[in-house]
Each structure stands twice: as structure tokens, then as C-alpha cells.
Design a protein around this ligand. Structure first.
Ligand SMILES: Cc1cc2nc3c(=O)[nH]c(=O)nc-3n(C[C@H](O)[C@H](O)[C@H](O)COP(=O)(O)OP(=O)(O)OC[C@H]3O[C@@H](n4cnc5c(N)ncnc54)[C@H](O)[C@@H]3O)c2cc1C
Length: 477
């Protein structure tokens, strides 16, 4: 009987634990070709003149692929790293290694599904099957109590029904050995420069943490957040924080490349509940993971609607005439509104911004500045280390009021939020050094400080820090 070879095409599932395609391929085949493609389309400019992948995420991706390659080697295998289009590389490898099947985890956003369709078409010409698996969510679509087309558009309805009627499956066993064909090609992990990045990446000491890509680092973070520092037990109380590593899990970057499995996190929460404590915080982390599932399922249900300016509504939010000028100031953290500038400078310098920050800067851009929300979402796509199409565009559409959720006024009162979540102004002073001498909560409204006092703080509005680009009032709205 002839030997069977399966090609495992890694995409956003860069892990060996809880990885169905790897375990399935190792059971069914004599040899495995593990492959990752650095596709140039991932690094191009968008129609908004932003990059599809910025340098922080590119570096995180490189580290994640390197870690996967190392894990594969530890199992007796290797990872073939190619640069180019999967629809060209995969058929070539299929021919070369006499591959009989190709496995991958299915994506939900349009650009990614178009690529797998192209791969499928090319493979079909060789009479080879591309087998699709689902591995990015807590629940697989067959675990849901409704077909995709009937998934409730309101998160609370979705959550309640799932909690009542669905169960999270156990994780898949870890693969024990990877058998490569004899003539397996050697390949190198690229450096940033090979992907077209010429700048040197600076790590900012103010960043929430020193992110390192890969399953090993992701598991280490989980171990630390749950078991070493025991922060999970206070998650619900601390999750709206702004400074430091431990106010929230910081799992997002590892989740978005699949270095951590959501199911794996779920079962670790259950273990923690058994061995330490089960409380509102442990439950709340599960709810946040469910939000992630929800946006993915919404993408599956509604397709590309989340990328349209008017989304699910008849018309888009109002826009102003000088929006490109305002957008530039928002991007660079020069709006003159300290809380917004602090958040934008944080994401520019580190690739991360808290959830509270994201909600505020998004609402400010769309509702206060009246700038096209697609520009903001595309900018996040470039900058975020944890960018994930469904979570990003889903959340932006939601804040912009054009999402599938029927409520459309999600206005965040920036001044109220700033004072509530940064009551001593520490976060603003950290990221906006021009204002670092202004004590306490006053730092949120330099325009309300008398000029001679501002001079004492070495601040000259319009000279070393901008006047606010829009009038903002503190109100209890
Ligand atoms: C405008 C906007 C854009 C966003 N873009 C992204 C994005 O590109 N990628 C991304 O992973 N998250 C995105 N989020 C959601 C959220 O801000 C981040 O997941 C979270 O801040 C990451 O930090 P954490 O891992 O410490 O989160 P935690 O608070 O510890 O939450 C645990 C996990 O739950 C998931 N999660 C939490 N909140 C949300 C949410 N609102 N929507 C979807 N999943 C959630 C994430 O996977 C997160 O890692 C966005 C939110 C907004 C408002």
C-alpha cells in the first residue's frame, strides 16, 4: 500500500496543543508537511493608505512562527516556511511531495476566505481535497443551539441560549510525533526586513508588557495570570484598568494568531474554579471569550457587511468636511484631549490599547469628530498587535452604531470616562509627558487651568500641547 502524506496549512492556529488538524493528520498520514506561508498580501497598503500589518504585529507573527517551528522540531518534525501566495505554493508542494489531502482551519473574514477558495480551486485541478476544520472558537458551529443563519444578533440573547444549551468540547490531545518525508525542504524564519519593514522596533518601557509571540510565551502568560499572580480572581474588578500587565488577561494577541486556544483557556478557568475560586471574575473572563465567539459568528452569518460604511443601517454616521485633517490628529495623539491622545500614543508606541481606551477613541473619532469610522478601523488593523478581523471590525461597527445590534447610540462621554477610569490622571501623565507636571485629575482638562498656572506646569496650549480640536463638556450622560 502506498504511503499517505497530508499537508497541514497553518494560518491563525499557530500551536501544537488543542490543534485538531495536527492530531488528525498525524493519525491519518504516514508523513506530514507542516506549512506556514508569509503571504505578501498580508503586508500591503489598504485602500485607506494604512498598512494591513504594522511592525509590532509582524514581529509578533515572526516570533510565533519561530516558536511553532521549534515545537515541531522538538516533535521530530519541522515547519516549512514559505514566502508567497498559498494558492501557488500549496499546489506546488502537493505535486512535489505527492500529497493526498490538505488540512486547514477555516477563517471567517472575506479576504481570508477568498484565499482558501483560491487554494481549493487550484487543488481541485489536481483532484486534491482541501479539508476545512473549525478551531478558533469556544463553540463549534455544530455545538450551537441554532443554525448560523438564525444566530441572535443581540449578544445577550446569544449568550443566554448558549449558556443554557451548549457545552464547550474538551481539548484535543497533543500530537506526540511529526513524521516528515525524507526530502523535506529546509527553510528559515524571516526577519522584519524580509517582510519589507525597514525600521528598528523600539520596545517602550511604558508598554503594558513586553509581548513575545508564540505558544510558549502565550502559555507562560496564562500560567502567570491565573496561577502565579492569581489575578484571575479579581478580573471583573480590574478589567477596566489602563496601566500595567495585570488589570486584564492580555491573551488577545496570542488568541488572534491561535497561539492560545480559547477552549484551552476555558478548561483552565474551570480548573482554577475547582482548585482556587469560582466567582464573578472567573465567569466574566468566559463572557469576554464569548464576545469573541459572537463577533466571529456574526461574520459567518452576515459576511462582509461589517466592512461597509453604513454596515447594517440605511445610511452611515454623519461625517464632517475636514475629516482627513482631524483623522491625522487623532492618529498621532495630537487632538488636545489628553485621554484620547494618551491612548493613541500608547497604541502607536506599543501596539496595545486597553478595551476602555479602544471604546473611547473609537467613539470620539466617529461621534465627536465625525470622521468616517472605516478610517479608524483600518488604522487599528495596522497598529494592533492583537488585530483580529471580526473583533476589530465588529467592535468598530458596534461603537459607530452601524452594527447588527439594534441599539445605535453608543456615545462615550470622553471627559466622564477619563475621570472615572483615570481618576488621578496617572495614565495621561504616563503617555503625554508634556502634561506630566499637571497634578491630579486636572490633567484631563488643561484648557480649564488658568494660563499662569499652566505656565508653572510648563504647558503652553497651542505651543507645546494642542488646544482641543473639539469642544468637550463633562456631563453625566
Ligand atoms: C474599537 C475596538 C476594536 C477592537 N479590536 C480588537 C481586535 O482587533 N482584536 C481583539 O482581540 N480584540 C479587539 N477588541 C476587543 C478588546 O478591546 C480586546 O480583546 C481586549 O482589550 C484585549 O485585551 P485582553 O486580552 O487583556 O482582554 P480581556 O479583558 O482579558 O478579555 C479576554 C479575552 O476576551 C476577548 N475579548 C474581550 N473583549 C472583547 C470584545 N469586546 N470583543 C471581542 N473579544 C473580546 C479577547 O480575546 C480577550 O483577549 C476591540 C475593541 C474595540 C472597542
Amino acid at each position: 500500500m502506498s504511503e499517505k502524506t497530508i499537508l497541514v496549512w497553518f494560518r491563525k492556529d499557530l500551536r501544537i496543543h488543542d490543534n485538531e488538524i495536527l492530531i488528525e493528520a498525524s493519525r491519518k498520514a504516514d508523513f506530514i508537511i507542516p506549512l506556514y506561508c508569509f503571504d505578501e498580501r498580508q503586508f500591503q497598503l489598504t485602500r485607506f493608505n494604512t498598512l494591513k500589518t504594522g511592525s509590532f504585529r509582524a514581529q509578533f507573527l515572526i516570533e510565533s512562527v519561530a516558536d511553532l517551528k521549534k515545537s515541531m522540531k522538538d516533535l521530530g518534525g519541522d515547519l516549512l516556511i514559505a514566502k508567497g501566495k498559498p494558492e501557488e505554493i500549496i499546489p506546488y508542494l502537493v505535486e512535489k511531495y505527492k500529497v493526498s489531502e490538505v488540512y486547514h482551519h477555516r477563517e471567517v473574514a472575506s479576504e481570508e476566505t477568498i484565499i482558501s477558495e483560491k487554494v481549493e480551486t487550484e487543488l481541485w485541478k489536481q483532484k486534491i481535497n482541501l479539508k476545512h476544520f473549525i478551531g478558533h472558537t469556544l463553540y463549534n458551529k455544530e455545538d450551537l443551539p441554532f443554525p448560523i443563519k438564525d444566530i441572535p444578533d443581540i449578544f445577550t440573547t446569544f449568550r443566554k441560549k448558549i449558556e443554557r444549551e451548549s457545552a464547550v468540547k474538551p481539548c484535543f490531545d497533543k500530537v506526540q510525533i511529526i513524521n516528515l518525508p525524507k526530502d523535506f525542504e529546509t527553510s528559515e524564519v524571516p526577519a522584519l526586513i524580509d517582510l519589507g519593514f525597514t525600521e528598528v522596533l523600539h520596545k517602550d518601557t511604558r508598554a503594558v508588557m513586553d509581548y513575545k509571540g508564540g505558544e510558549t510565551a502565550g502559555k507562560c502568560r496564562l500560567q502567570s495570570y491565573f496561577w502565579k499572580t492569581d489575578r484571575l480572581k479579581n478580573y471583573k474588578i480590574t478589567r477596566n484598568g489602563l496601566i500595567g500587565a495585570d488589570y486584564s488577561s492580555k491573551f488577545s494577541a496570542w488568541l488572534s494568531l491561535g497561539c492560545l486556544s480559547p477552549r484551552g483557556i476555558y478548561w483552565e478557568i474551570k480548573k482554577y474554579e475547582k482548585e482556587r475560586i469560582a466567582n464573578e471574575s472567573t465567569y466574566w473572563l468566559y463572557i469576554e471569550l464569548l464576545w469573541r465567539d459572537y463577533f466571529r459568528f456574526m461574520f459567518k452569518k452576515h459576511g462582509s457587511k461589517f466592512f461597509l460604511k453604513n454596515g447594517f443601517k440605511v445610511s452611515p454616521p454623519e461625517e464632517c468636511e475636514n475629516q482627513l485633517e482631524l483623522f491625522e490628529k487623532w492618529k498621532t495623539g495630537q487632538t488636545g484631549v489628553p485621554f484620547i491622545d494618551a491612548n493613541m500614543r500608547e497604541v502607536n508606541a506599543s501596539g496595545y490599547m486597553s478595551n476602555r481606551g479602544r471604546q473611547n477613541v473609537a467613539s470620539f473619532l466617529v461621534k465627536d469628530l465625525k470622521v468616517n469610522w472605516l478610517l479608524g478601523a483600518a488604522y487599528f488593523e495596522e497598529k494592533l498587535i492583537d488585530y483580529c478581523p471580526s473583533s476589530n471590525w465588529g467592535n468598530w461597527a458596534y461603537v459607530a452604531g452601524v452594527g447588527n445590534d439594534p441599539r445605535d447610540n453608543r456615545y462615550f462621554n470622553v471627559m466622564k470616562q477619563a475621570k472615572e477610569y483615570d481618576p488621578q490622571g496617572e495614565y495621561v501623565r504616563l503617555w503625554v509627558p508634556e502634561l506630566s507636571r499637571i497634578p491630579g485629575v486636572k490633567v484631563h482638562e488643561p484648557w480649564n487651568i488658568l494660563v499662569h498656572q499652566l505656565e508653572e506646569y510648563q504647558v503652553r496650549l497651542g505651543v507645546n500641547y494642542p488646544f482641543p480640536i473639539t469642544q468637550l463638556e463633562y456631563s453625566n450622560k
